[in-house]
Design a protein around this ligand. Sequence first.
Ligand SMILES: [Zn+2]
Length: 269
Amino acid sequence: MLIDPGMKVICPKCLHNKIWSLKDGGFRCAKCRQTFSDPRARIRITKSKLCLVIQEFLLEHSTNTILSRVAISKYMLLKILTLLRAAITQDIPDVFEGTVEVDETYLGGQWKNKRLAVKANLANAKRGRGTPKQAVFGILCRNGKVWADLIDSVEAKQLQPGILRQVKKGSTVFSDTWRGYTGIAAKGYVHRLVKHSKDSYVTNGNHINGLEGFWGYLKRKLAAKGGIRQLRLHLYLGEYVWRYNHRHLNLKEQQKYLSKLLNKYIRYG
Ligand SMILES: [Zn+2]
């Protein structure tokens, strides 16, 4: 049985998060096929060094900068950074309620493994927003938190399960008029349609500006990275969703939060 991503189990070998649970109580990675009993990755590092790495990560310092400040091998650093991103990606916000905005967008055009991206997403080109890219679906709760995931297409069967999972029934859902959102009202939501307009100032709350703001933030951050391989894109999406959701915490608070989160994923020594 494929286990729930909320279970916080990732492969200790390749850090993938699609994991099968086995009858004997163990686990098998759906990607690299590794079987394991303890899903925590083994890390040979002291807690104080790990704390430093987390701080450097939060400050968005480059790998080379971190290596110049923390006495750690490059291999270990990359492993910890991937582990951090994997843990963050699984740290999904609680179910939203109240008023939410939903929207999809496309990322990329500059991915290092662009051919793979193009091949996998040829169907997405239909919506007429330029070259085939990776589609992303997002939900923003007007209390300020966001949830986002990569999707294979922008059709209803890809979009609506995300809404059902992440938004409490009875909530008000703002979306544009794309057909992928048709039928949301019949599933127990108050559905409000937004017409895309150039007006940046909307007074009646009838907009999806919050989510558009997040898309802008995400795209600026990814562009600054200068290209991310398609296979790792979900980790970076998770990272920026997390950073956005925790932007009101100060550095110390964020550091404490991530140390605690990471402890569920690692064994020291
Ligand atoms: Zn694996």
